[in-house]
Each structure stands twice: as C-alpha cells, then as structure tokens.
Design a binder for this molecule. Sequence first.
Ligand SMILES: *Cc1c(COP(=O)(O)O)cnc(C)c1O
Length: 399
Amino acid sequence: MQDELIKKGMQYLANTYNRFPIVITKGQGCWIWDLNGRRYLDFLAGISVCNLGHAHKNVIDSLVAQAEKLFHISNLFCIEPQIKAAELLCEHSFGDKVFFCNSGAEANEAAIKLARRYSWSRYGEGRYEIIVMENSFHGRTIATLSATGQPRFHEGFKPLLEGFRYCTFNDIEALKGLINEKTCAIMIELIQSEGGVYVADKEYMKEIRRLADERDILLIIDEIQTGMGRTGSFFGYEQFGIEPDIMTLAKALGNGFPVGAMITKDRIVGAFVPGTHASTFGGNPLAMSCVIATINTLIDDGIIKHCDGIGRYLYEGLMVLKKRFPFIVDVRGMGLILGIELSINGDEVLREFINEGVILNCTKGNILRLLPPLIITRDDVDLFLEIAERIFERHMKKQ
Ligand SMILES: *Cc1c(COP(=O)(O)O)cnc(C)c1O
C-alpha cells in the first residue's frame, strides 16, 4: 500500500524534493509512524518545526477551539488571537511590533522590504544594498533566493534580484570591506543550519552590531530555524549578547501550523504604513491560535531550559562517539541544532539511520543534522546514541 502511494506521488507531485520513500501518517511526541505501522524516532521534527513534538495537546486544543469559532476574517478587521500572539512575541523578545505572514521566505521578504523602505524614508533613493553571507539560506522566492549565498540554488533562475552583496561568514574584515554608502542592512543567520551547522562567533556578532549602529545599517537576524527555543534560549540572539533590529521567525512558531513573523522596533516599522505591505492569510486566526499555545507551552513547561540541558547531554554523547570514530570530523551546534560532520558519505549513513528507525537529515552530502523535538528525554537520546554507535561501528569495520 505504501509503495503504491509513493508511486502515485511521483506521478502527480512536482519533483522538488528527494523524498524518503516513507509515508508518515501519524505522530506523537518524538515518534512518527508510517503507513505500514512502522515506528521511527524523529530527530528532525519536520526540519525544526515541531519543537513541542507531534500532536501536542495544548496546540490541538487551541486550534480546535479556534476552528469552531472562526477560520478566517482578513486583516481588514482586528483579530483577537493575532493581537494576543503579537503581544506574547513582543513581551518575550526585543521587539515592539510584529508583522505576520505564512512562511519563512515571506518573513524574510517582509524584512528585506522593510529594510529598503526604512532606508528610503530616511536617506532617499540609492541606499538599498543588503549584505548577506556566503553559505546562507533564506528561502526560495526570488528575493530570498537572491539573499541566499549558495550558487547551487541560483542555477537557472537568473537574473536574481539586485542589491545583495555576498560576504564570507564569520569574517569581520570581509564585512567591513563590503559596507559602503549604499548599504542599508546586513542579513545573517546565527547558525547556518542548511549550510552545514556553522555557528557565528560571539565577538563577530557583537562587532557586526557595533558597525551597524555606527552607520544606521539594520541588522536582520534570520531566526526562522534558531528561534522558538531551539538553541536553548527563546531566541538565539540572547546567547550572543546582542539584539537585532529585525528578526524573522517561521518553522516552529506554530509547531507545525504554517506561519511566519517579522519582528522589529517602533522606530523602524514606521516605514511601513497602510498599503505598503500585506498578506491575505498573515495572522490568520487558526495560525495565531497555534502560535499562542506554542509560546505559552514553551514557557510554562520549562521546555527551553530543558532543551539547553538535553542539548548538552546529546552533544557530550556525540563527542564520545567522535573520539572513537575517526571519520567523525566535527560535532558542532547549540541546544538541539547539532551537526555531525563526516569524512564518509553522509547520505549512505543517513539511509542506515532510517533503516534502524531514526529520522534525521543530511546536508552538504556529509553533515548529519540533528533537529529533534525539544521535548526529547534522556532515554530518547540514549537510544539515538546507541543506534548511532552501532551504525558507526559497522563503518569502522568496512574501512
Ligand atoms: C527554512 C528556512 C527558511 C525558509 O522558510 P520557508 O518557510 O521554507 O519559506 C529561511 N531561513 C532559514 C534560516 C530557514 O531555516
């Protein structure tokens, strides 16, 4: 039955993903089940989306209660749960104001538009360049693709949007060399996750903040993947001793319900007035009910602190494996966004994990990426490490 469905998928779906040949039909906590009833330990969480795990009761209850009241009404009205969600996000971040949309790419689009318009409103035409990082990932729309510093994603889509300058990541001198009178913003991820789990240096981020302040250049931090507790703090920037001017969120914001947000300060958001930017579905009541439940649960249940502790426990376990297996080149990351860099074929190792009943991801062909739900327990981590050890031992014998 599963194989037939997979075949049908290949017949009818645009071939934009290398899909696992598995149809997942059910999830509960850190576990997911396929159509044949096989159970998998989920160390991917829908790519850092289901931070509270699958089928979290609070999110379901909030969504169902909202669904019974109102699905959609449009931003021509004030929307009760939207206001509540915005208040929660501002209370727990540097932000004063929130713009809601439906995905990460859209949140970054909003950030790019706001940065340009803020600069235009203060300095007039011509100051529109945004410095972005090599190896970054910001989305698949034309603007966010242009902001993405990876040529392999650009292939066949040129001409890209103008106004983006690519800079070496973690290199402050390179950045200084690119800043000029046209620069309006710097856009960066604190951890280049898709790019292979590379963490920004703390001093580097502080220096960027200082350079940006000096010249009224906006610092846009893409926290689409690092936000919502993933790094062991509510937002990643808290651990770098700085604040952004604009932050973008999506992925875990609604624990699986599609939603994005751009968060910023009053002095900046004034550049947006009615008619300058909009989204039909942005801030939709259903999405907002999930955002509220997700934020409240992250905080009330102490999940962010748990992520920090369990993340360290997993990291230490991986470091033990690194000492034993010479083909583990590096283990890096923060909280529960961890990368295992291998000197052997990562896609092959990934297939073995799936055969053993563990779902994770491989990026760049050799970097295993771990993004489990933040609610994983020590038992889940122990099980993961046991399976990893078994797989790596087999590879030792092969060599
Ligand atoms: C996933 C991701 C995006 C794109 O989000 P979509 O919802 O797929 O558009 C952008 N930036 C980062 C850092 C991401 O991880």
